[in-house]
Design a protein around this ligand. Sequence first.
Ligand SMILES: [Zn+2]
Ligand SMILES: [Zn+2]
Length: 339
Amino acid sequence: MNYTAMSLVKRGDKIEFTKEIRTLAPPDDDEVTVAVRACGVCGSDIARWRGEAYHYPLVIGHEFAGEVIDDPAGEWTRKRVAVFPIIPCQKCPQCQREMYAMCEHYDYYGSRRDGGFAELLNVKRANLIEIPVGVSFEAAAMCEPCAVALCALEKAQTVENKTVVIYGAGTIGLILVKLALIRGAAAVYVFEPDARKLEFAKTFGAAQLTADVHADVIIDACGRPEALVDMLLHAKPSAELVLMGNPASDVQLPRAVYWKILRGELTLRGTWNSRFAAHANDWQEVLSLMGEGTLDISPLITHRFALTEAETALRTMTDRDAFSVKVMLVNREESKCIL
Ligand SMILES: [Zn+2]
Ligand SMILES: [Zn+2]
C-alpha cells in the first residue's frame, strides 16, 4: 500500500520537508497499521525541524490519533486509537515497574523513529489506546499533552480547594488550568508574559498572577530559568512545587530564596512525560474525561492544516505575529489510504 509521508530531509545544512510517496511494509506481529487522522505539532517538533533531531531523514509527529486499518490478529481492526509515543525496552528496572517514561533504552515515534506526519504508520499494539465514542480524532491527538499535564498535576497530593499557580500559558499550561479547575481548585493563577496568551488563559478560568498571591500548588510549564525563584516566592508554607518546563539555561537560586524551601518545608517534585501503565494510566484518565465531556480541549486547536502543508503549519507556530496554541495536521477521512 502506498502512502504520503512528510519527511524531514537534510540537504547541506538546510532541513526541509519533503513529500514522499512510500510503500508500507506489512506490520510486524506486535504491530498494527494506523491511518493517521490527526497529528498535533509540538514545540519539540520545531526543534527537530531546526536541526535538533537524532537523525535525518525523519518523519516527526508524536501527538497523533487515527484508525487501525490492518491488524493481523484482528483485535484492533477498525478501532479508533490514540498512540503512546514511547516504545519502552521492557527490560530495564523502570520498565519492570511499568515506569516507561523513565526507560533507559527507549524508542520514540516521531523522534527516534518515524512518527505521525504521514498517512500511515505501523504502531506497536502495546502503544494503542482506544478512543471513546464521541471523542474526535483531533481531541484524541491532544492526549499526549493532556496526559503530560495530568501526570504533572498529580504530582501534587491534591488541588481540591487549593490555590494553584501555573507558569506558562502554552498548550500544557492551558490544559493544566482546565485540569486544576476540573479537580476542584479554589483558584488558578497564571504567569504568562505574552498578553495574548494571558487573555486566552483567562477565558479558561485562570486569573493573572500578581505579587500578593501565595499558593499551595505551583507548577512550572514554561521552562524559564528564572521561574523557580519566582515560584518559591509565591509558595505558601508546606506548598508543593512541580517542575516540568525544560529550562533554556542554568537555574540560579539565591541563598535567601533557598531558605524558603527549608523554612516553609516545601516539596519540589520533577515530572517527566506521562504514565501508561496498568496501575496508572494518564491517557486512560484523559480519554475518560474527554468522553464524559468534562475536558473539552477543542478551543486549544487554533489552526488546522493538511498533512502536505506541514511546513506552513510549523511556520505558523513560529510566527510571532500569528497567535497560535495547538496547530494540527488533519488527514481527511476520504484520504486514499483507507481504500
Ligand atoms: Zn509533545
Ligand atoms: Zn526500559
